[in-house]
Structure formats: structure tokens, C-alpha cells
Design a protein around this ligand. Sequence first.
Ligand SMILES: Nc1nc2c(ncn2[C@@H]2O[C@H](COP(=O)(O)OP(=O)(O)O)[C@@H](O)[C@H]2O)c(=O)[nH]1
Ligand SMILES: [Mg+2]
Length: 441
Amino acid sequence: MSEHSTIVGVATGTPDGGVAVVRLSGPRAGAIAGAVIEGRLPPPRTLALRPLVSLEQALVVVMPGPRSFTGEDVVELHVHAGALNVAQVVDAVLGAGAVAAAPGEFTRRAFDNRRLSLDQAEGIAAVIGAQTQAALDQARRLVAGELGREVEAVRDRVARLRIEIEANLDFPEDVDARDEARFVTTAAALGAEVERWLAGFERGRRARTRARVVIAGPPNAGKSALFNALLGRRRALVSARAGTTRDYVEAELSLGGRELILVDTAGLRASTDAIEVAGVELGREQIAGADVIVWVEGADQPVHAAAPEAELSGARGAAVIRVENKLDLGRRRPSWIGVRAAPADTEPVELSLLRDALAEAVALGGDQWIGLARHRDRAREAADALVEAHGQLRDGVGLELVALSLAVAERNLGEITGRTGLGPVGEEVLHAIFSRFCIGK
Ligand SMILES: Nc1nc2c(ncn2[C@@H]2O[C@H](COP(=O)(O)OP(=O)(O)O)[C@@H](O)[C@H]2O)c(=O)[nH]1
Ligand SMILES: [Mg+2]
């Protein structure tokens, strides 16, 4: 990747809307853009209409470095969208001396020029990929540098401790008992801080993803009716004929501030009908992948002593909410939540209790850490190194070893933001991050 090339890429996505943005970045961005437009380049940060040489026209904006996204000179040509049209504009720019940008190269240059830290660059990718409101919120906080500031603050404290300890290496006799005690407590506090992040990682991850809530139970319990009642619309087929639902049906639902995927499954029962058997099998797979299982039986159905434990043996740690439907026909399971899901033309009864139980089951609680998986891995290494440093200090092991452990913690924290004081982040790490971006980002 040449530092001095001028790159071009299409910054807008496909399928395209009305306008596409062809972006140039590099030392010759102005000269190259000047060669493909007629007339002069507009003054910096001013949008102006210019004819393109032998093509149509473009709105042109010049953003001189270093106060641009990449930190280099950037020019954007806003042209009409359309694959063929945009390809011809890009060809003209390439013909004037630009080179095609590699995936993520604009963002990579922004990082190299210190316009963004690594966690912020990952935040941009996360904003683009966000599918839930919580994922978008967390991604925006990454872009705003919230994670980076927190990590940098701890890394600074680790560095200060290491430097103080290193300063004492040549004169260990100058380290008195009070210094030693302070070193021990500082190392413990730093380790605890990183452990606190790690404890919140899973909550943050769960908040970003939709929880899967799977409705299961015997046929004819009113699972599909309950599914529709929770959604407030008819989505699944409800029928007096057992075995009506053969596939599973999914719908999105927002509850207690979380986005859920509600899944209606075929009733679990032995059957000789091949399609129904396949449906039951799909239902079991849904149970295995569930975060929460709503187990439904009808008040008109016999009570099984062992239900639903036997059927739910495939569930992996999912919360189970037991619901007795058809309240209008009586009550056989007094400790379960009672509801009446149908008939559809009447108000469903007591759904609020079920909604509350569901909201509680998917609640996240505690503080969530916005770090992504890579950040968690680096934080894990840092926490281990801090525990090591703490143990070494407590055991009175040589201070050289303590300084080494602290340096390991420091390097790992530095790799989260890409700003390490102990040498550059490896090219491999950078490549892995930026190659996941699309061309034009
Ligand atoms: N009386 C009464 N019937 C219900 C209730 N909920 C569902 N049903 C009926 O029970 C039958 C089976 O419902 P369905 O939702 O298809 O059950 P599923 O097989 O568990 O999906 C249908 O005839 C529904 O109208 C209810 O609360 N009360
Ligand atoms: Mg059904």
C-alpha cells in the first residue's frame, strides 16, 4: 500500500439511489480531479457544479488535508448513480492517474494519519453493519471514541506504574515498604478495572443481538394463537386441526427495550406424517437455539407430570416461561402464567403478565461494555498480565519481571486503539480489520 498514491473508490453503496459519490484521496487528488472536470476546482469545502470532460456533470467538493476524513487531500465527485455511469466516471479518474482503492483503504489511511483510532474505525464498520438499535447505539459510541478513551486512561496508568518500577530497577534498595504496598494495590485496581469491562462484554454483545424467544409445546395448545396475540396481528395460521403449523414462523417484536425474534414452532408430538415429523425436528432445533422458551399447554389438555422438562432437554441454558392457555376453559396448572390467546375477535386476556415475564427474561442488567470481540480478546490478555504483575509484586519477585508483565498489559491495551507507545500494531492485525471493509470505505 503506497503512502503517496492517490486512490479512487465509490463511497456510496449499491443498489444505488439517485446519487453516487466517487471519492479521491491522496496528494494528487486535486490535480486528478482537475483533469476530469471542465473549469477550475471550487474553493475548499464548497459544493459546486462542474461539467465532466466528455461525460455528464458532477457536484464537486474539495477537502484539503489534513482536516479531511483520511487526513489527505480528498475530492468527492457527486454524480448520477447507475452502475455504468459511475464506472465510466471512475475510469476517467483512473485514466487521469489515480489507482483503485483496496477494501477499507480510505479508513486505513485515516488511521495511518491518526484521524481515527482503530476502535473508531471498527465502530464505523459496526455502524454500517448495525441491524438493531442497540448495535447502532454502541457502534456510534465506538466512533465517538468512548471505548478508546476508557482504554487509554487505563493504559496510561499501567504505563506510569511500569515506568515508576523501571526507574527503581537500578536502586531496588530505594523502594520502601510503602512504595511496594502502593504498587500492589495499583496493580490490583487496574486488573479489577479490566475485569469489570470483561464482565460487561457479554451483556453488551447480547444487547446488540436480538434475543430468540421460541414458543413451544404440544399441538393445539394455542401456540400460534399466542404468537399472533403477542404480535398483535395475524401472522401464523391458527386451526383446530392439530399439526397445522409444520414449519416455524418468525417475527420481530420489541419488548422491554430489546428487540426480539419471536418464533412459533410446530407442536411437539409423535407423528407418522413425514412433513409434520420434519416440522417437529425444526422445532427442536429452534429450542436448541433459543434464549427464552415460552412453553404453552392448553387448559383443555392433560397435565403431564414431567412436562416440559423432557422436551426441553435440548435447550442450552434458555430461560423457560410456562404458560397455560385457554383460561376460558378452566385452570389445571395454577402455578403457570394463565392467558387466553383466542378467539381472535376478543381481547387476549392476561398477556401483560406474560409480557412482563418475557421482558424480565431478556433484560440485560448491569453495565454493558461496548467492546467488540477483538477488544475483548486484547482486554483478556491485559487482565491476565495484570493479575500476573499483581502476583509477582505480592510475592516479592524481581521488579524486572513485574515491569515485563506490565508491558504486556500495556501492549494489549494499546492494540485496542492502535495507539501503542511500545511500537506499532502488527500489520496482520491492521490487515484483518481493514480487509473486512468494502471497497470505497
Ligand atoms: N377456547 C380457547 N381456544 C383457543 C385459545 N387459544 C387458541 N384456541 C384454539 O385452539 C386451537 C389451536 O390453536 P393453535 O394456535 O392453532 O394451536 P397450536 O397448534 O398450538 O399452534 C384453535 O382452534 C384456536 O382457536 C383460547 O385461549 N381459548
Ligand atoms: Mg400452530
